[in-house]
Design a protein around this ligand. Structure first.
Ligand SMILES: Cc1cc2nc3c(=O)[nH]c(=O)nc-3n(C[C@H](O)[C@H](O)[C@H](O)COP(=O)(O)O)c2cc1C
Length: 390
């Protein structure tokens, strides 16, 4: 960037090749559901929302979880990728992200027993009579067992073995549609208590057949999904998997399990493990009542990378360029995802570049902005003012 010799480039801004994709820097916009889709279709809000991150300079923009079946949506406002029409509707979003030099990812998902719920800002709980009166549809969720997520939540239908096989196909078809829509990376959502993670976690999976019980059995369905998706997409398409590295609950999924699981995913041809956590408690993974330190999940990414050799993505309260770069330089991860900080400041990657001395004169910003900002900044400096977004 901006004439700096390659060796001086902080890792945060060093490009990364993953299979056929070249990512311009290590900053990923974390998948963040906006809960305002209509029948699974994106709205104008989505188009503008994702556009700002692509303009903002991220290397990868990960579009929020899109469900591979209609009943796999968390809420009535979640995106879908269960039909060709849904893929068609996502094309402009993927296309615009790419036009700005970022790589578009789609996170493909199934909510499992946490489906048919309220949008985040409505409470994140099971649908109420009022929600339904206001137009939300309610449906029977599916899961590994007929155990509800928590008190008051709908009892799921426990998937039969033929249905488990069908679901692996739904994921594979969702991935193919995502590529048709123009996404260049697929991320499979295997975290946060949703369908695939609920098979992994002994807290949710109470099956007695070959899909429950031992760790090997609990991993079987998620590994079958990864295998089906890998087989359905071209060799040069990167495949990411988001996991909950731990349940944060005694008797639940532990980091040692994640290491074993990541090793298996690597054998299948998964390229990056995106290391999140939690989701099997009623409180969500981002719940503010948890007191978490900056980079609180990065240790999981470090351990998985060190013990399996797979590339990892760290996420969770990474808000400063310095911390993001340190986590890369210290070998914790290969990519850094930022979520809420990007909602707060979509231009975070540009500001991080500036802060790390990567650029002068706004040359890395889109021309439409950079040309003006350079002159504006000089004028402000002449008045003794400094720019500060933090
Ligand atoms: C509004 C919002 C929506 C989210 N939706 C998703 C999602 O669709 N898929 C997912 O895996 N994680 C989702 N998450 C979790 C984020 O991807 C991320 O892991 C989390 O916010 C922690 O990172 P942060 O501290 O940088 O925000 C969501 C988080 C937020 C704030």
């Amino acid at each position: 960037m901006d004439g700096h010799p390659t060796t001086d480039i902080p890792l945060l801004f060093a490009p990364l090749n993953i299979r056929g994709a070249t990512v311009r820097n290590r900053i990923v916009i974390a998948p963040m559901s906006m809960y305002c889709a209509e029948n699974g279709f994106p709205t104008d809000f989505h188009a503008h929302h994702y556009a700002q991150f692509a303009i903002g300079g991220a290397g990868i923009v990960c579009v929020e979880q899109a469900s591979v079946t209609r009943v796999g949506r968390i809420t009535n406002g979640c995106l879908g990728i269960w039909s060709d029409e849904h893929a068609e509707a996502l094309k402009p979003i993927a296309g615009f992200i790419k036009s700005q030099g970022a790589v578009p990812t789609l996170q493909i998902a199934h909510a499992g027993r946490k489906a048919s719920a309220q949008r985040a800002w409505e409470g994140n709980g099971p649908l109420t009579a009022e929600n339904i009166q206001n137009g939300d549809e309610s449906w029977t969720p599916v899961g590994p067992s007929d155990l509800a997520f928590a008190d008051g939540w709908l009892q799921p239908h426990a998937l039969t073995i033929p249905e488990i096989h069908e679901h692996a196909v739904y994921f594979a078809k969702g991935a193919v549609r995502a590529l048709e829509a123009g996404f260049d990376i697929i991320e499979i959502h295997m975290a946060h208590g949703y369908l695939l993670q609920s098979f992994l976690s002994p807290l949710a999976n109470k099956r007695n057949d070959q899909y429950g019980g031992s760790l090997e059995n609990r991993m079987r369905f998620p590994l079958e999904v990864a295998t089906a998706v890998r087989a359905a997409i071209p060799q040069d398409t990167p495949l990411f998997v988001r996991i909950s590295a731990v349940d944060w609950i005694e008797g639940g999924w532990e980091i040692e399990d994640s290491v074993v699981f990541s090793r298996e995913l690597k054998k299948i041809g998964v390229d990056v493990i995106d290391c999140s956590s939690g989701g099997n408690l009623v409180m969500g993974a981002t719940n503010a009542s948890f007191r978490r330190a900056p980079g609180y999940q990065a240790e999981f990414a470090r351990r998985i990378k060190a013990e399996t050799g797979i590339q990892t993505q760290a996420v969770g309260l990474i808000r400063t360029a310095q911390l993001a770069n340190e986590l890369l330089e210290s070998g914790h991860a290969d990519l850094i995802a930022i979520g809420r900080q990007a909602l707060f400041n979509p231009n975070w990657p540009h500001h991080a570049a500036e802060e790390m001395g990567m650029t002068r004169a706004f040359k890395h910003w889109p021309h439409q902005y950079g040309w003006w900002l350079e002159k504006w900044k000089s004028g402000l400096s002449a008045n003794g003012e400094t720019l500060n977004v933090r």
